[in-house]
Design a binder for this molecule. Structure first.
Ligand code: GLN
Length: 477
């Protein structure tokens, strides 16, 4: 078995034909992941015992002649902001270096119920704040495609494990682009489902009105299968939707002839040449499948970054207040008074980007500034969402770049937060609107760096999104 090339359907066939058992696959996957990990630093923690136990359960189910689950035996990496019972969950932060959650996130519980095998936890930017994975307290992740470059962020480890072949699929979280942008940088598929489609119970909150959990995988079908296993109402997350979960696998083989696809003018303005060419190529591939393209406008796009960095910092300043040294976290040893304990724990524990966001967020929420910043940003968010509503009356889907440029070099944008924030210019709008969006590989630059094409559809129209994605992949994306 060539572990780094396995797909979910390949594993299901291998298990059925008894080419390998789930336990053999898990042991080999763990060995391979451990030996490859020093190259990228994509995994922070391995959980051998739990992986092997899950694999044995799959083998037992198979031996009893039972249906082993749609993800039976599939080796997966889980982003380290997602809680896993008994397995250290650091959120990429020094603060949570020793934190072991007492419960599993619903998403993880559902994946394991479907037979998935969690190998370990994937590195990420601290509390998912970042676009390059350089904000992790445990060191940056390197892009497996080009080791001197970043994998994107904040789900950089999740994308790198899949690209490196040390996981067959992974879970990431997306608040403003953290699944799609690393997927694009590493040349894998990444899906941000509709807000509410996947329960966030057990996801450590960054910005609750924007946080999503979603899959990364080697192909569109695998990503759809992982989403299928997690999607659906969860009573433990009040924001999870009641909407029924359609069959995504069916959608992705449907022909796309006659589909009307919009190209948002504002997303093609700041592209580097190299990226632009690959997106053009992706559009031509879809045109070859019979899609029709029309130019559309999302006029409020230019306010998206400002709007996002007010809303996400405001919510982060509130969500991160719980990390005060009393529960969950490390505690500063020198503090004499309670106030000192809060101050010193947070001062020592949080990295620079988290501090920047907590301060910004506290500022925009404070008396006298709330109306001018926070309230205004919420109004702008509504306008951005209405832009999408309006164009979706005209077109079935939108395609656009994921990022204006391909993977940049480690250190290249570290001193300039604004440049870093610009990496997410095309992904933030979809997150603010809460619509499903994904990244599908559509080409490589002259330097051999992957470029992802973004596909966006109406709320809960994941089937429509997968339909376009499947067509792009079949056409050679
Ligand atoms: N890069 C964006 C940020 O730094 C998005 C992060 C995310 O989606 N978690 O906030």
């Amino acid at each position: 078995m060539e572990i780094s090339r396995l797909t979910i359907s390949g594993i299901q066939a291998g298990l059925r034909e008894k080419k390998f058992s789930a336990a053999e696959l898990a042991a080999e996957a763990l060995r391979f992941a451990r030996s490859e990990n020093p190259k990228t630093n994509a995994y922070l923690t391995f959980c051998d015992e739990r992986a092997l136990a899950a694999a044995r359960q799959v083998d037992e189910r198979l031996a009893r002649g039972e249906e082993p689950g749609a993800l039976a035996g599939v080796p997966m990496a889980i982003k380290d902001v997602i809680s896993t019972r008994g397995v250290r969950t650091t959120c990429g932060s020094k603060l949570l270096a020793q934190y072991i959650p007492p419960y599993d996130a619903t998403a993880v519980e559902r994946l394991e119920a479907a037979g998935a095998v969690m190998l370990g936890k994937a590195n990420c930017d601290e509390f998912a704040m970042g676009s390059s994975n350089e904000n992790s307290a445990y060191g940056p992740v390197r892009n497996p495609v080009a080791l001197e470059r970043v994998p994107g962020g904040s789900s950089g480890g999740s994308a790198a494990t899949v690209a490196q072949g040390t996981a067959v699929a992974s879970l990431g979280s997306d608040t403003g682009g953290s699944i799609r942008q690393p997927a694009s940088f590493c040349g894998v598929v990444g899906v941000t489902p509709t807000y509410g489609r996947v329960s966030r119970y057990g996801l450590v909150a960054f910005a609750s009105s924007l946080d999503h959990i979603g899959p990364l995988a080697r192909n569109v079908g695998d990503a759809a299968a992982v989403l299928q296993a997690m999607a659906g109402r969860d009573g433990r997350d009040a924001t999870s939707a009641f909407a029924p979960v359609p069959d995504y696998g069916e959608a992705l083989v449907e022909p796309v002839r006659g589909l009307k696809i919009g190209l948002p003018r504002e997303y093609f303005e700041g592209l580097t040449n190299d990226t632009g060419k690959q997106i053009e190529r992706g559009i031509e591939l879809l045109r070859g499948q019979g899609c029709e393209f029309v130019e559309v406008s999302l006029p409020h796009t230019e306010y998206a970054i400002a709007c996002y960095y007010i809303i996400c910092t405001a919510e982060a300043s509130s969500n991160l207040a719980r990390f005060d040294g009393v529960r969950y976290t490390m505690r500063s040893a020198e503090a004499q008074t309670m106030a000192d304990m809060y101050r010193m724990t947070r001062g020592e524990g949080f990295g620079a980007e988290c501090k920047r966001r907590i301060m910004l967020g506290t500022y925009v929420l404070s008396h006298g500034y709330y109306d001018a910043y926070y309230l205004k940003a919420q109004q702008v968010r509504t306008l951005i969402a209405r832009d999408f509503q309006r164009v979706f009356e005209e077109v079935d889907a939108l395609v656009a770049p994921v990022s204006p440029f391909a993977a940049f070099k480690l250190g290249e944008k570290l001193d300039d937060p604004i440049q870093m924030y610009l990496s997410d210019i095309y992904t933030i709008t979809g997150s603010l609107a809460g619509i499903p969006c994904m990244s599908v590989p559509c080409g490589v630059t002259g330097e051999g760096l992957p470029v992802g094409m973004q596909i966006l559809t109406r709320h809960f129209d994941e089937p429509g999104m997968f339909r376009v994605a499947g067509a792009l992949e079949r056409a050679g994306g």
